[in-house]
Design a protein around this ligand. Structure first.
Ligand code: HEC
Length: 225
């Protein structure tokens, strides 16, 4: 009777242990300390290295000459985008600002400025050069042609990139350029996944092993009648 009792205790204890282990194994792994990512501020000028690539130049020029009207990501002059400015800069068309009145200090800003990162990827411009020419002829509206030809080209290249368009001035009939060889690597989370899926098996297996050992040792101690 005593043996059965202790056997029961061991088995129940084992199950309790097992369920605790299984529960623990199910818990998500403890988050590693998250290093804070610097918050993105559209009003901070993109760095311009001493010898910039065309895209670096274009990004910087876009920030200076285009972003105030077309938004930091080409969204257009949306209410949301105006919200990133200091409160007293949010109404572009206030007296003394960009409304185009005599006493205004800034160039006039139209009340509607279109998005230039759009679903059809600026299809009205068949090539990078076509966009560069359009910009040189019409932009910025307050002073068309004020920039250098290569600066317009750099801005056009940056705007194409914003639209995920290839930069080659190729005609649409050209053969598609091969994709760059994949340098894809498994994200680190995959390794974490395989490690965590094997953990429950280890824990459960270990617990089962312990229980069997315990049961056996109790059974062995059973007094001979
Ligand atoms: C003063 C505000 C202002 C600035 C600065 C400005 N734009 Fe514009 N942009 C406009 C407006 C307004 C239009 C629409 C003009 C129209 O439809 O005739 C426009 C049109 C465009 C278009 C054509 C969009 C379409 O749908 O056809 C492109 C592309 C463009 N801008 C790019 C730029 C780039 C690049 C810069 C920087 C060099 C820039 N803009 C600077 C106000 C601005």
């Amino acid at each position: 009777m005593k043996t059965i009792h202790s056997l029961l205790v061991v088995v129940l204890g084992g199950f309790a242990l097992l369920s605790i282990c299984a529960f623990q194994a199910d818990l998500p792994p403890v988050q590693a300390d998250v290093t804070p990512t610097p918050t993105y501020d559209p009003l901070v000028e993109p760095p311009l290295p001493e010898h910039p690539t065309e895209l670096e130049l274009g990004k910087n020029l876009y920030w200076h000459w285009c972003m105030p009207c077309h938004g930091d990501v080409g969204q257009g002059l949306t209410d949301e985008f105006r919200g990133v400015w200091e409160p007293d800069h949010q109404n572009c068309w206030a007296r003394g600002c960009h409304a185009g009145r005599k006493e205004d200090t800034g160039f006039p800003i139209p009340t509607v400025v279109p998005a230039i990162v759009i679903a059809d990827k600026l299809a009205q411009f068949p090539s990078l050069q076509a966009l560069a020419d359009f910009l040189q002829a019409t932009h910025p509206p307050q002073h068309p042609g004020i920039l250098q030809t290569d600066e317009y080209h750099a801005i056009a290249a940056y705007v194409f990139t914003m639209n995920d368009r290839p930069l080659e001035d190729s005609t649409p009939t050209a053969l598609p350029t091969p994709l760059p060889t994949s340098t894809m690597s498994l994200p680190p989370s995959n390794q974490g996944l395989s490690a965590s899926t094997s953990t429950p098996f280890l824990v459960v297996g270990g617990a089962l092993f312990l229980i069997i050992i315990l049961i056996l040792s109790v059974a062995m101690r059973k007094p001979k009648l």
